[in-house]
Ligand binder design. Structure first.
Ligand SMILES: [Fe+2]
Length: 356
């Protein structure tokens, strides 16, 4: 009997009630989608509102189905299962500890071996960072490496930025000062997703690097400092960057959560955040919370320390992983890093394509 939905009686989709239009939109025969790009060849909003399912059966892991508008086809049950359960090839984040092995990868193998590149990208998503060795310690090499993964995001700093100590800098990064753990550019819309920092020379005394898993820190806060975690996930602060040509501003929480209340993003750059004039009591808690986060993000409990030497790249998820460096003495040797940003859709898209 024609019906506007079906209740799957068995198998991995057992108990799922599937709407006729929802299933009709998943027909993938030549009449329905362009084989080259899998985009629909029809406007789904113009399908019959009262579309019904005439017949269906499950056969060899396919749902064979026909509809009241005369369309019919086979739909892969496994693909429906993965879609319904949001199963993705992008690995879930791991909580890692400072005693875990550094995620170091060899550039020569990344360039030559597809399986090795997949391994590197999976680690990047699990740990929120990878360190690449054996790139050329030359200018622009960071762009060459980044563009193997996806398009580089140009900002008002250009396609790349040079991290060197210079007079009258427009950012503290371009001094020899210590940089505490921070995320880059929370004042941008959107915030840069992935940062690559390439070391061309690191001959100064000092200038060691550090990374912190913001995800691990926020999970720790959530468990041990509920009141502080709450205010950090609910208070929009204004991040502001002022330069000669531009004033960039973006409001966001220090810890952004997704629709399910799970970790989404960290924004931590306490030299340029401006909390609104909240009630006195709330500001008391906010300042306590930010201080607690600062202390955790700069503690030996969460910070991994290493030294970038010429030819190494630190690639990290700027929405998750904080970075910093110790101060250095420019009189003792030359230190030059080049950095750039790419977006998560590039690395996610690359990983999906490599796995399918
Ligand atoms: Fe930075």
């Amino acid at each position: 009997m024609p019906s506007k939905s079906i209740l799957i009686p068995e198998g991995i989709l057992k108990g799922q009630n599937l709407h006729a239009l929802w299933l009709r939109e998943r027909l993938s025969g030549d009449d329905f989608v362009d084989k080259n790009n899998l985009q629909r060849l029809y406007e789904p909003s113009l399908l019959d509102d009262n579309l019904t399912i005439n017949e269906y059966k499950i056969n060899n892991n396919f749902l064979e189905i026909s509809f009241s508008d005369g369309s019919n086809g086979k739909i892969n049950i496994n693909e429906l299962y993965e879609e319904i359960n949001s199963i993705d090839v992008i690995p879930n984040k791991k909580i890692w500890s400072v005693s875990d092995k550094l995620q170091i990868f060899d550039n020569n193998q990344i360039q030559e071996n597809k399986k090795y590149l997949i391994k590197m990208l999976k680690s990047f998503y699990e740990y929120g960072y990878v360190i690449i060795e054996n790139t050329k310690p030359e200018q622009n090499e960071v762009i060459n490496f980044a563009e193997k993964l996806g398009p580089v995001r140009t900002t008002n700093w250009g396609k790349l930025f040079n991290v060197v100590s210079k007079p009258n800098p427009n950012d503290l990064a371009y001094t020899a000062l210590e940089l505490k753990s921070h995320s880059d550019n929370p004042y941008r819309k959107p915030v840069p997703g992935i940062q690559l920092l390439h070391c061309i020379a690191n001959e100064s005394v000092g200038g060691d690097s550090s990374l912190v898993d913001g995800y691990s820190v926020t999970e720790f806060l959530k468990k041990n400092h509920k009141k502080l975690y709450k205010i950090l996930t609910e208070t929009n602060v204004n991040f502001k960057f002022t330069d000669v040509d531009v004033i960039l501003e973006n409001k966001s929480k220090l810890i952004e959560l997704d629709d399910n209340g799970l970790f989404k993003q960290i924004n931590f750059s306490s030299r340029l955040d401006y909390v609104p004039n909240l009630r006195f009591e709330d500001l008391e808690i906010f300042y306590q919370a930010r201080k607690c986060m600062y202390e955790l993000c700069n503690s030996d409990q969460f910070k991994i320390k290493f030294r970038l030497s010429a030819g190494m790249i630190a690639m990290f998820d700027n929405l998750r992983t904080l970075h910093g460096r110790t101060k250095f003495d420019p009189n003792t040797g030359f230190r030059h890093l080049q950095g750039c940003y790419i977006d998560h859709d590039a690395t996610e898209g690359k990983l999906r394509r490599l796995l399918k």
